[in-house]
Design a protein around this ligand. Sequence first.
Ligand code: ATP
Ligand code: MG
Length: 355
Amino acid sequence: MKIAILPGDGIGPEVTEQARRVLDALDLPKLTIWEGDVGGIAYKRHGHPLPQETLEMARAADAVLFGAVGDPDCDDLPREHRPEQAILGLRSELGLFANLRPAAGYPGLEDMSSLRPEIARGIDLLVVRELNGDVYFGDKGERSSDGGREGWDAMSYNEAEVRRIAHTGFQAAQKRRGRLTSVDKANVLETSRIWRETVIEVAKEYPDVELDHMYVDNAAMQMVRSPGQFDVILTGNLFGDILSDQASACVGSIGLLASASMGERQTDFGTFGLYEPIHGSAPDIAGQGKANPIAAILSLAMLLRHSLGRENEAGRIERAVAKVVASDVRGADLGGTASTSEIGDAVLRQMTALA
Ligand code: ATP
Ligand code: MG
């Protein structure tokens, strides 16, 4: 088993360090761990945010544990040298087209949700976000116009792209509560019309899954009004980015939510994937020990489950995290004073208790 850890920028190294401690404590046999540079730190050291060496390391691994990229020092660089290009490059080079973002309410954390406690308690959803298409990868640029500089970003989806992610969504729904909400903006966008028609086509293969469709504006409203109605939300790259940050605020903090990016490649133990917190590099709190490492630790749990076939260890980490989240050990994002490493300590203590 080989894991590539790419800590990246800002709070990335701080939170992945805690995930690494948890991984080390599991003492898994025959595990090789590599570490590589990615993002702004990679640009500074190697002249490129995604060095060839890092890409090869990720390719050779069974799974990648990713921190975050983004560095204010790099804001003025040409686009191809900006840290964010590294994660976009990894996703497309590694064929990772499906981003799974679970969001579930924690007992004992309702006071931190942006929602009323009785509503927060009902959240248990999974955002399945398409990762390889949409405005992120479409033709883009800047030109001059009568109104001054004009930027454009082309949004596109073809049927094959939608079909592929739709299968992921339906299969996830089958393993959960059997409900899938496809989110689009089919009343105004051509991409969304293709999206919706294709999802309806794919649905025929999953008669056991109950499908409905929602416009993204309505979905955003429904998520804060009654999130308990959602099981799996299937959506495109841009809408998925926005809705999953929103889901994190409904749960309590962006520092709690993990994600898995999957493709089709199988490893000896499961499906190859890249795992990362949904949050970014958070330069505003970097280097202060204030970052909540739970999202990174839960990303490790997803990695163990999906790529390494280690369900027992994944479950143990998740149970330990649930205990810590319900305890008075809280980071600044949850109104507490615990530091990044103190939260890591608490998770390790709970894991020992559960062993
Ligand atoms: P990206 O574009 O990479 O998603 P972003 O601009 O959305 O980044 P984040 O880096 O996710 O921004 O940070 C958003 C806010 O959430 C910041 O105020 C940051 O301090 C806070 N935040 C993010 N992650 C954590 C964490 N793990 N613990 C505590 N606060 C966090
Ligand atoms: Mg963000």
